[in-house]
Design a protein around this ligand. Sequence first.
Ligand code: NAD
Ligand code: MG
Length: 415
Amino acid sequence: MKALTVLGSTGSIGTQTLEIVEDFPDRFKVVALTAGRNLDLLISQILRHRPEAVGLADPDSIPLLRARLEALEAALRPSPLPALLGGSDGLCAVAAWPSADLVVSGIVGCAGLLPTLAAIGAGKDIALANKETLIAAGPVVLPALEASGSRLLPADSEHSALFQCLQGTPWADSARLSTGVPTPGLRRIQLTASGGAFRDWPAADLAKATVADATSHPNWSMGRKITVDSATLMNKGLEVIEAHYLFGIDYDHIEIVIHPQSIIHSMVELADSSVLAQLGWPDMKLPLLYCLSWPERFETPWRRLDLTEVGQLSFRAPDRSKYPCMELAYAAGRAGGTLPAALNAANEQAVALFLEERIHFLDIPRLIERVCDRHRADLTPTPSLADVLAVDSWARQAVREAASVLAASPSLLSA
Ligand code: NAD
Ligand code: MG
């Protein structure tokens, strides 16, 4: 029986993780949960999973949560009320909760960084969905993993595919798991991308893209932020940096290939030119389950892949001029240090402004580029956690300022 903490339990990753727990009641139990704002869903999860501890991002909501749980005390019996902890310190305490074996990192954005580091500091294994943690703070997270002995198991479908392909190669020595050490025998990584919401749109039409257009993904059902990241292909750019940190491979050997069917979840090319791929229906439960069951494989009743039903698998190179975010991410990854933190924070802030309909879809890469260019002169090559957090808040502020300029005089940025 593996004891789990689920950070971000009310989101897309969190709810799918809890479905897996319900599918395998003899294998997994939940000991702690954290959420942002959705109290109704959180309370129903508490009633079902009876965690020992619950964390809420907003400490001011703790009294309301406590009152609602006290009113449900009879329904909770014989379980006691969980410990309720709020704010950043509370989330970190829940992330480090002593009885957990593995922590699912499913908060969205850099908000997941401190709780994930707290879990690593407590020696927990991590199922990492929250890629922003590694992108913003790879140079902090990797040494923390080394120091604590925690293992970072990739939940992102592409990185899970790479991880699965690498089992059975010289890389599979678990001591190497996700420490950023160059992988013996690994020659090249190909990350597949569905192409996102605008895959079949001519580039010229992107000027008309609305929030509703950008938040309808053709293949995957996910949270709103990552769905917009898929539409700009920033998600794939972030995944390039994620792959660099996870597998210790240089950027010249990480490629992106558009694969509209999302059946091949990524590929590795080995020294002898052999290419290994992992296939499956586009369903996050499979990579999530592998994080939880690794190194075992569990029998599931899930729909089996039938390639005759799929019919055709197709591939093409991404259009670099249509998707400037990809190149911005490669450039930030190659520069290293704090530049990926600036890129990530600028992207989070730009996407938030886009979702609030305060900037246009095409402004997202413009704002990110502007902020990354400004940060280059101040880049810290080997940052501390404090450096990363300072750059994160600077980049958000810089995007907000540039967006106000844009609102006042759109031609300044679109030039
Ligand atoms: P989501 O928006 O559906 O859920 C986010 C969760 O984080 C919610 O529980 C929310 O309450 C919580 N949260 C939000 N802001 C918070 C804050 N400031 N402090 C604490 N908690 C906060 O997002 P998602 O789609 O589940 O994505 C979660 C992470 O997983 C992201 O980093 C995303 O890139 C990654 N990911 C998601 C998918 C997917 O299929 N959804 C696939 C691959 C990777
Ligand atoms: Mg992915």
